[in-house]
Design a binder for this molecule. Sequence first.
Ligand code: SF4
Length: 299
Amino acid sequence: MSAATTTNLAQVVEDAAAHLYVWALKDIPQDLRDALAAARGRETSRTGIRVLETIHRNVEIADEQRNLVCQDTGIAVYYCRVGEGFPLHPARIYAALRAGTERATIEHPLRSNTVHTLTRENTGANVGYRVPIVHWEFVPDWDGLDVKCVPKGSGSENMTFLKMLVPADGVKGIKRFVLDSIVGAGGKPCPPGIVGVGIGGSADYAMHLAKDAISRPVGTRNSDPLVAELEADLYELLNETGIGPMGLGGDVTVLAVHVEHADTHMTLNPVAVNYQCWAARRASAHIAGDGTFDYVRDS
Ligand code: SF4
């Protein structure tokens, strides 16, 4: 691997981050547009319909004016799948993602949200200590890199919940905790959105899984039939709460429920809930080891 190749790849990753962050904020995926249109079709409350029509108009204006769908540019979160043969070390990938995030924020410009968690002083152009947040997965026998940018607004991120249930609570306990969490959240996370649920693993891993769940295309089902059944049951249950669009009452409280799971200790039953508001923004890049790339909004 030559120094020039490394430098060019770092630039490709930086450019990808700069492009994906802004693109995700402006142009929501087709599956989300379809889910919002379907929600409008099944909502019966007049207020709920008005809210969903306002969201639709909001998205239309963002498209027409090539502007952001929401003023909250979120915290920049990236999911990276790194092939074992990708010729750029993850430390360099992280540096490039950070540089791209910073560049996009300055060049657009975007609102800078990142602050020191104690002093609350702004730490720069949507970067700071351990920000952006990057999740890693390493893939054998492959030389590519997939980067997915999922900017996360604070209104929905604040509606995040974790409970260490006991095994005896079973599936019923999981459903009750998810229901209690969403009822407690009410209109705060800008519903209707996607409820990400992580079950199993450990406390931290359950939360990671809940976060992972919200980055899937809207309405996709878990490949495990038991988990998919839980997703369907929770979807029905949460839409019976009457919370409705923006918490103002109605039939559509959530667009989808996505559950991710991991096996766990025999005495553990962790459940995490991470809410994703209606502005479920995401955009991806696939980068090959030779530096060729393409951008994909809907994966
Ligand atoms: S929760 Fe979502 S829709 Fe609401 S203000 Fe934040 S980013 Fe925007």
